[in-house]
Design a protein around this ligand. Structure first.
Ligand code: ADP
Ligand code: ASP
Ligand code: MG
Length: 439
């Protein structure tokens, strides 16, 4: 049995958290490859080291004195080192980082130091070999990720090591220039390591007991999901459930390696198992609920639009030409509505409206902004009748006006559009009807 274990920022924010992590790793011999993030928030309102590094580097680029900012970062690490009683110093590393910031080594390099330094502490604490991700995670010259070379480099390097610590979030181009994934990218690094070593399981340790049915910041004490398929997870992640980076599932999914989301602060909890497929029914009709705020809807009305060949294509072309991506497109007989992200749309609003007028001469265009989309996701919905009806009645009961409802053809999800101010209450109402009343 071989496991890859990734620990998120809050799991490694202090010496105390490191000790919990140490216990978790030592408890199971098969936890052989460790992928740490940078130290995250120790308490609400605290700043993540990654954000401190971005800020410090921005000062360096502007030619300001950044000594104090870098010292603050050094202090964060020193507190961890002292709290763990390690005879280990990062002084030389900080000298190098200071030089590299002065010669403007790049924003990605700056951010990557968060994971790099935490990885070094972790390796010293566990007495395990440190493998610099810059040597084994490869990006192409144009900055895109190279999965093939990465897999070769990682498997070759790790095949010779019984155990190792590989920092998350970054890699490098062939010439050594450091490149990071997008924010939260240590999840991807963990997945790449799991693929390269043919792990039996990829454990992703965070600060919640698995993937919860609803965002814990909206629904207090939300129950967690025991088992979820990759497809369901993708729907929920896409709609804003941000427990795991969206791109983290691709490498392991291909290789059939399950992911287990676990809680560093409650290691006795089983967490959530993410698998390709399962015959295990979820406890409720739905598996999870997720939502995102900040959409705008453009409703185009034209009598007989359905018999006008090419109508939809012409409308869609306008959005494509203006570089705005479309999120959803519910339609009626004489209307079609396009949901887009408000921020990208707003800049180009007038141009898009005029282009639509020119392209299809509609009778009327209506705009509505400040909308939220909520996805109710579940493999069990296919075999259960009346799910949409229950969604409507739950929302009506909570006095929430449904702006749109759209069922994916796979019957894996139903998307509901509501006004921004109803967003949180809508999620709570849906949670209540499907989970608390166990319908
Ligand atoms: P890490 O630093 O360990 O990578 P993240 O902050 O990236 O952790 O992800 C965990 C956080 O995701 C939780 O603390 C929680 O606030 C948030 N979250 C959003 N939606 C959900 C959900 N459906 N289930 C669990 N956590 C969620
Ligand atoms: N430390 C990085 C971030 O804050 C990467 C990660 O935590 O996964 O985004
Ligand atoms: Mg994360």
């Amino acid at each position: 049995m071989k496991k890859v274990v990734k620990f998120g920022g809050s799991s490694l924010a202090s010496a105390e958290q490191f000790m919990k992590v140490g216990n978790i790793i030592r408890q199971d011999e098969s936890r052989r490859y460790v992928v740490p993030s940078a130290p995250g928030k120790r308490f609400s309102g605290d700043v993540k080291v990654t954000d401190m590094l971005y800020d410090c580097y921005a000062a360096a680029v502007e030619g300001q004195n950044f000594d104090d900012k870098l010292d603050m970062i050094h202090k964060r690490y020193q507190e961890i080192i002292d709290g763990l009683n390690l005879k280990f110093s990062l002084d030389e590393d900080f000298e190098t980082i200071k030089d590299n910031f002065s010669r403007k080594a790049g924003q990605d390099y700056a951010a990557s130091r968060g994971e790099y330094l935490n990885g070094k502490i972790m390796a010293a604490y566990l007495g395990t070999e440190f493998v610099d991700a810059a040597d084994v995670v490869r990006f192409n010259d144009d900055g895109s990720f190279n999965d093939k070379v990465t897999n070769d480099l990682l498997s070759e390097r790790l095949s010779g090591l019984e155990k190792a610590v590989i920092p998350g979030f970054y890699g490098a181009k062939e010439d050594g220039t450091v490149v990071t994934f997008s924010r939260g990218g240590s999840d991807i690094s963990g997945s790449l390591v799991a693929l390269a070593v043919h792990a039996d399981l990829y454990e992703n340790w965070t600060d919640v007991s698995g993937f919860l049915i609803a965002d814990p910041r909206i629904v207090k004490n939300s129950k967690s999901i025991e088992i979820i398929t990759y497809k369901e997870l993708r729907e929920l992640s896409y709609m804003g459930a941000s427990v795991l980076h969206e791109d983290a599932i691709f490498p392991v999914r291909k290789a059939g390696i399950p992911i287990n989301i676990r809680n560093t602060n409650a290691p006795q909890d089983k967490g959530t198992l993410i698998v390709e497929s399962t015959c295990r029914q979820s406890k409720y009709t739905i598996t999870g609920i997720a939502g995102t705020d900040g959409f705008a809807a453009i409703t185009i009305e034209k009598a007989m639009m359905n018999s006008e060949i090419g109508f939809c294509r012409k409308v869609l072309q306008v959005f494509e030409d203006n570089g705005v991506s479309i999120e959803h497109m519910p339609s009626g007989i004489d209307t079609m509505t396009i949901f887009v992200h408000k921020d990208t749309f707003e800049e180009k609003e007038q141009k898009i409206l005029s282009d639509i007028n020119k392209a299809v001469h509609p009778d009327h265009i209506e705009l509505e902004s400040d909308l939220a989309l909520i996805a109710v996701v579940g493999r069990g919905m296919k075999s259960t009748r009346g799910t949409a009806g229950r969604i409507f009645s739950a929302l009506a009961h909570a006095h929430i006006n449904v702006k749109m409802i759209d069922q994916g053809s796979s019957e894996l999800n139903i998307i509901v559009g509501v006004r921004h101010e109803d967003f949180k209450n809508a999620i709570r109402a849906l949670y209540e009807i499907f989970v608390l009343t166990q319908l």
